[in-house]
Design a protein around this ligand. Structure first.
Ligand code: IVH
Length: 788
């Protein structure tokens, strides 16, 4: 037991240190896999020795049993709020009041009669929620919300899940009782990832990071909180017993930092009103580029003795003030809801607003995403609405001011006909295809069925088709595409290749030379790589990367267009949903018609026609069985079936007795397999998949081709921060030589991020998404290993 305890303690110490390096210092010290291994070892030991589980163990971050309610917490030192300054004059008044309040305490000025300047700390005002963290003997024992300032709620189990909140303080010179106060918030990247996940899962999206943080912190089920990207930043303290903190705000925060408590990297110590204004302006100018929302900056008299002298007025300290930025939320009237038709026919509502100034910009439109969002907001035309602009994000409607709803407010309805072409608008339920049965999620999209007969879809489709990363036709801007469509010269992308000089010259903006240039650019685009062509087709959910992957893996348009969804899912990163989109796009007769017209007009595809070696013989019988999605047969069941029968034909011909004789195969699974085999359509589908795998050379019996691929082929890497050993260009070139693609931003598809000193939001995003991160030394090692 004592040996196990020693190991438990050693593991905890190591994991605490790694957590700190990762979440507070932004400098991961071991690979994720190694961290996971240590974590699992600790989990296992704690499982074997439940008595040894302590509240400060890193395993306690994953959340625990759900609560029924939160209990109340009395704040012995009340959690107060701050007075606000909006104009410059408010700030000068604040500094004057501080000077007057300090009176004799303020040292005499210099010989020229100016008074000595008061030192202040400057901090950003994070837009999240105030929380109190109680540390006893250096261990986090309680977390609480602010509540009304005197009574809050006990949210200990939730704050424990916040990754950058230390469960145990570092060092040993902290006071035995220390209450740390600060803000819990969600960064922009965390918010985007959270909403992306919500969309993918068909659950509700959050209106803004603050709401998401508030909702996450007040979850009774801490496992949900654990899955949310909450972060903490300390700005003050409450109870301190048995020891003392430093004597100034600035130095106390520096102590916090040493003890592993995250503080703002924007913390400054300055003197005099002018310096405060300069800080306000500097942060204001960088506000949009910060990776989290702030609504102003906070100035505090730095000296704690001076703070005590100044004291409080009502519930606000006289020694601090929040200098707010102009509001990012405003109210205005919803004049109308119009509907826009996108490239894939999706009909989306757009709010037309009475123009209003929000943080210096006139806003008259806001996106409403979809009809679910309209319903969620309970929006009616004529309503007074709260709108919000955050950074460079498109303005959003946040909520309706119900008290101001006029009597003649009108419901928002989506027309049954497309506002552009008059075709029917169909409501399609979003289908979530997962393991087992398809499930219908809550969301619904409305689509105009007009396809290219719908002017809006046609224009968008052609704009996409000619764009730089697609067919790359120079000189065909959005306006010209619109003009050519309106003139009736383009009814499909294929018509581009049939355009004639006589029909264009003389159109507005087209003289002899410009007409010839345009036709030359179109002609030049005829020869195109398969990847660009696939991307240009604008298949829903198929971006540039997926298009490249399809082209590289399958090698020919013929294969891509015939591939069954189950076969497409053998490609990395192609899920069943995308596979279905691709398959139904090519199965559609209208799309087939456009593609043949393009080829008839002389578009020539550069195709390798070869199946990529990586995919020759990549399928196994077990994996095919798994992809058939038979109830109660997942991967182990599929493996047992594959072992028992050896071939698909043997399995399809299996009789009742054969099925009973499979070792460790449940009666339920056997029954479900029998039902599956009794349906001829299922048998035909299984046979079609096998036939296609054989035809493509992906079948387990197909001859394996030698792998000639580059070691990093198919991977996407991101470089961020400063690299010291080699330049970024060199690193990029090296990676590309090894077959990797180097991208500018981090997404869930990124394989690895190389982060040098000074790495910021990209590193944070990688961590939030769980993408592997290497420092430059580890990167050099990896390169060495790959190049030998
Ligand atoms: S100090 C007695 N500092 O703003 C001083 N508050 O309006 C109490 N806030 O409830 C607060 N960033 O949630 C302080 N750097 C900062 C802050 C900050 C955000 C929030 C906090 C507080 C509210 C006060």
């Amino acid at each position: 037991m004592s040996q196990a305890l020693d190991r438990i303690n050693a593991l905890r110490a190591q994991l605490h240190q790694h957590n700190h390096n990762y979440y507070v210092l932004d400098a991961p010290s071991i690979p994720d896999a190694e961290y996971d291994r240590l974590f699992r070892e600790l989990q296992q030991l704690e499982l074997e020795h439940p008595d040894a589980v302590t509240n400060d163990s890193p395993t306690q971050r994953v959340g625990g049993a759900a609560l029924k309610t939160f209990s109340q917490v009395q704040h012995e030192v009340p959690m107060l709020s701050l007075g606000n300054a909006f104009a410059e004059q408010d700030l000068h008044d604040f500094v004057r009041r501080v000077r007057e309040g300090l009176g004799d305490l303020l040292p005499a000025g210099d010989l020229f009669g100016g008074g000595a300047e008061v030192a202040f700390t400057c901090e950003p005002k994070l837009d999240g929620l105030a929380v109190s963290l109680l540390y006893e003997e250096g261990v986090l024992t309680r977390g609480a919300t602010r509540g009304d300032g005197s009574t809050g709620e006990d949210i200990t189990i939730n704050v424990r899940t916040i990754r950058n909140v230390p469960l145990k303080l570092q060092g040993s010179d902290w006071p035995p009782v220390l209450e740390v106060r600060g803000e819990v918030y969600i960064s922009h990247a965390g918010f985007a990832a959270l909403n992306q996940r919500a969309l993918a899962e068909g659950s509700k999206v959050f209106a803004n990071p603050r709401n998401a943080a508030a909702g996450s912190l007040r979850q009774l089920d801490s496992k949900i909180t654990a899955s949310r990207p909450l972060e903490f930043c300390a700005y003050g303290f409450g109870r301190v017993e048995g020891g003392e903190l430093a004597d100034s705000q600035y130095h106390i925060l520096q102590q916090f930092k040493r003890w592993g408590i995250p503080i703002s990297p924007e913390l400054r110590q300055v003197s005099g009103a002018e310096a405060l204004l300069a800080y306000y302006q500097d942060i204001g100018a960088r506000r949009a580029a910060l990776s989290y929302d702030i609504d102003g900056v906070v100035f505090k008299v730095d000296d704690l003795a001076w703070q005590a002298q100044l004291g409080f007025r009502a519930r606000e300290p006289r020694w601090a003030i929040a200098h707010k930025f102009p509001a990012q939320e405003e109210i205005t009237t919803l004049l109308d809801v119009e509907f826009q038709v996108g490239r894939t026919g999706a009909v989306t509502p757009v709010a037309r607003l009475a123009p209003v100034q929000v943080a210096g910009v006139t806003v008259s439109n806001a996106t409403l995403h979809n009809m679910d969002e309209v319903a969620r907001l309970g929006l009616m035309i004529g309503d007074t609405v709260v709108i919000r602009r955050a950074g460079d994000v498109i303005p959003q409607v946040v909520s309706v001011v119900l008290e101001r709803r006029p009597d003649d407010a009108q419901a928002v309805t989506i027309a049954c006909q497309c506002p552009v072409c008059g075709s029917a608008v169909e409501r399609t339920q979003l289908i979530k295809r997962g393991k087992g049965k398809d499930s219908v999620s809550e969301g619904a999209v409305y689509r105009c069925v007009g396809r290219l007969a719908c002017q809006a879809q046609l224009i968008q489709a052609i704009i996409h088709f000619v764009s730089r990363r697609a067919m790359d036709i120079d000189g065909l801007g959005d306006k010209i595409v619109e003009q050519l469509v309106n003139e009736g010269l383009l009814r499909s992308p294929a018509d581009l290749y049939a355009l004639q000089y006589e029909r264009i010259v003389g159109l507005e903006g087209f003289a002899d030379l410009s007409t010839r240039n345009l036709l030359a650019a179109i002609a030049q685009s005829r020869q195109v790589s398969l990847a660009r062509f696939i991307y240009a087709l604008g298949i829903p959910d198929v971006g540039e990367e997926t298009a490249k992957l399809l082209a590289r893996a399958l090698g020919s348009l013929a294969r891509i267009s015939q591939a069954l969804p189950e076969v497409l899912t053998y490609l990395p990163d192609v899920g069943l949903e995308v596979a279905h989109e691709i398959h139904s796009f090519f199965a559609d007769s209208h799309n087939q018609h456009v593609i043949s017209a393009l080829l008839e007009q002389g578009v020539v595809l550069e195709e390798s026609s070869e199946l990529h070696a990586e995919f020759s013989a990549c399928a196994t019988l077990a994996s095919v069985l798994e992809k058939l999605n038979i109830n109660h047969i997942a991967s182990t069941g599929a493996q047992r079936l594959a072992q028992r029968f050896g071939s698909l034909s043997a399995l399809l011909a299996a009789d009742w007795l054969d099925l009973r004789s499979i070792e460790r195969f449940t009666e339920k699974a056997a029954q479900s397999l029998r039902e599956f085999l009794a349906n001829p359509a299922n048998v035909a589908r299984a046979q079609a998949i096998e036939a296609q795998l054989l035809e493509f050379g992906m079948h387990w019996q197909s001859p394996k081709q030698a792998l000639t691929g580059l070691p990093l082929a198919g991977q996407t890497w991101v470089l961020t921060g400063t690299l010291e050993i080699m330049s970024r260009e060199q690193a990029k070139a090296k990676l590309e030589d090894l077959g990797a693609k180097v991208a500018g931003s981090v997404s869930a598809k990124t394989h690895c991020v190389v982060a040098g000193p000074g790495a910021g939001s990209k590193l944070t995003k990688a961590q939030q998404l769980g993408v592997a991160v290497l420092d430059e030394a580890a990167f050099m090692q990896r390169l060495q290993a790959l190049t030998g």
